[in-house]
Design a protein around this ligand. Sequence first.
Ligand code: FBP
Length: 344
Amino acid sequence: MDERVTLRSHLDQAVQDAPNAPAVAAVIEAVAAASIRLAVLIADGPLAGITGRHSGINPDGDLQKDIDVAADEMMRRALRMAPVAAILSEESELPEMLDAEAPLCVAIDPLDGSANLENNISIGTIFSIRPRGNDVLSTFFEPGTAQCAAGFVVYGPQTILVLAMNQSVDIFILDRLAREFLLIAQGVKIAPNTPEFAINASNHRHWHGPVRAYIDECLAGSNGGGADFNMRWIGSLVAESLRILVRGGVFLYPADARPGYREGRLRLLYEAHPMALVMEWAGGAATTGRRRILELAAKTPHQRVPLIMGSVRGVRDVAVIHEGIEPMFDHSDAPLFARRGLFR
Ligand code: FBP
């Protein structure tokens, strides 16, 4: 891209007649500013006193590291200065109520995948913005289609901001010296049919029939009459999502038979909903296998959900396998319920 477009000028140019446009821009700028500070802290790590030690347990029972707590504080501090009525963070049980008259509510995972930090693997911030309803709290329990913008930041070799706004997905890179994000890709579209999948295959024995059937088909490759698939698994949702935007493929974190994973692992409000918005606005798709993620409404703040997302072809194939198997057999792990021949 020849012209140097900053995040700020991009937001200024964004369609101003969209409802709440200035407020949405202010929230995105707040998250972006906090993420620039967080990127510095992450990069400095032990030099800045980040030890990686656990400092508590979050509402979902996950161990919190010192960097999780720091990230949460940084994001909250920034959002308290923005036009936000309430923040729902992964790191606290209930939403934090701010200005009840403010037009927006934000769900945020301040630092997803922080367990990867000690290995120097990419981690990130995920955010979801929605217009406040008449009742502030019930805003979070609207379906994902209520989101007006969403995105994520990847703290990796480069710090990257992916932004879904006005039906478009745009990518920015942090100019570390200038301390601002610059546009590097506009109107990103996910390749529709990349033969690449990402799943934590160590859980194979716990998967239910439809997921096992899909992965078995991928692994059979040309021997099974289909395409030869490549596999990736980083164990970091933001890194997997960025890879899908760049080169396509399908990501699966399904429900499985392990205690605590019956509804999947990832959280609906600040992981699946925002990623689903990014995927769909980039021409991809996101499903539980049976239902479009964006049509789901959370019943509890930290509800988990199976997430299958990415290239339309891969997501459709997973959904087709589910269609061929009665939901009552979803929880069967018997290969009997695996239907063969998807790619033939
Ligand atoms: P946290 O929300 O606990 O940080 O975990 C989320 C996550 O790290 C995702 O980024 C990633 O997709 C997944 O967990 C990895 O799970 P697993 O450890 O089962 O491979």
